[in-house]
Design a protein around this ligand. Structure first.
Ligand code: ZN
Length: 173
C-alpha cells in the first residue's frame, strides 16, 4: 500500500470533474488501499482520488484519529441524495491545501448513497463531523474545494498564497 504524492493547490487537476468508477476491479481496490495509506500518513480524515491525481469517483474516510480507533470507510461513486435544511458551521482543512483552516457552513445532515468495495449499494445518514467530511470529499469529485464556500476575498487570498509558494518551489528546483 504505497503512499502516493498529494496534488496541491493551485494544481488544475483539483478542478476536474471525476468520472464514475464503474466495475470494481483489482485496480480500484489497490487505489483505495493506497488512498487509505496516503490519508493515514498525512494524516487526514478523508481523501478523494483526485487528490492523488486520479479523476475517479472514489473516496476514503476515517474519523478515527488514533491507530487503534481506525474504522476506514471506502465509498465508490458516492452521491448526496438528501440534505437537511438546518446547517452547521465547522472548521475544515484539506490535504491539498496544507496548513489552512477556515469555518464552513454546510447542511447539518446528509444522506449518502454509494457502493462498497463488494459492489453492494449502501445508503447512510450522517451528521456531525462525518456529515461535513462526506460533503467535503464529494465536492472534490465535482472539482469543488472547501475554499469555494468562503468569501471571494478569503478564497483569492489563499489561492494567491499557494500560487506564490508553488512558484518559489519551481524557482528553487
Ligand atoms: Zn479536501
Amino acid at each position: 500500500m504505497p503512499v502516493r504524492p498529494l496534488v496541491l493547490l493551485p494544481d488544475a487537476k483539483l478542478r476536474l470533474v471525476s468520472a464514475p468508477v464503474g466495475p470494481i476491479t483489482q485496480e480500484v481496490r489497490a487505489l483505495a488501499a493506497d488512498m487509505l495509506a496516503t490519508m493515514y500518513d498525512a494524516p487526514g480524515i478523508g481523501l478523494a482520488a483526485i487528490q492523488v491525481g486520479v479523476p475517479t469517483r472514489l473516496v476514503v474516510v476515517d474519523l478515527g484519529r488514533k491507530e487503534e480507533d481506525r474504522d476506514p470507510l471506502v465509498l465508490v461513486d458516492p452521491e448526496i441524495v438528501w440534505s437537511s435544511h438546518e446547517t452547521r458551521v465547522h472548521e475544515e482543512g484539506c490535504l491539498s491545501i496544507p496548513e489552512y483552516y477556515e469555518e464552513v457552513e454546510r447542511p447539518d445532515r446528509v444522506r449518502v448513497r454509494y457502493r462498497d468495495l463488494d459492489g453492494r449499494t449502501v445508503e447512510t445518514e450522517a451528521d456531525g463531523m462525518l456529515s461535513t467530511c462526506l460533503q467535503h470529499e464529494i465536492d472534490h469529485l465535482n472539482g469543488i474545494l472547501f475554499i469555494d464556500h468562503l468569501s471571494r476575498l478569503k478564497r483569492t487570498r489563499v489561492i494567491k498564497k499557494f500560487e506564490k509558494a508553488a512558484k518559489r518551489e519551481t524557482t528553487d528546483a
